[in-house]
Design a protein around this ligand. Sequence first.
Ligand code: ZN
Length: 133
Amino acid sequence: MKVLKVDHIGIAVGSIEEVKKLYTEVLGLEHLGSETVTEQKVTTAFFPVGDTEVELLESTAPDGPIAKFIEAKGQGVQHIAFRVDNIEKALEELKAKGIRLIDEKPRKGAGGAKIAFLHPKSTFGVLVELSER
Ligand code: ZN
């Protein structure tokens, strides 16, 4: 497997509408677009920064993973996503190396990407997302 770059940094927020002003008006980034991923009960908004992006995540339901994260830990960095060249191969390789996977098979993420999460218990507390697009 090959990790190509930090694809994006996922930040859990209570309201994209409210928080996006920081990234646009204060930090001067461009809001590239938003997308709701229904299966994940989340709306995402992307802000490119150089070769990577900030991804704001707002829950669409009180029982969604982002709502639960905010309830437990408050708003803030929720995951880091690495872009890989071949996500199926990467998952196979990581599993063979004893890394716990949340997703054994890739699923559909925002922007048509194939994504999969690794278990934070195997990555020293960081929720790692793999992304291929
Ligand atoms: Zn993400």
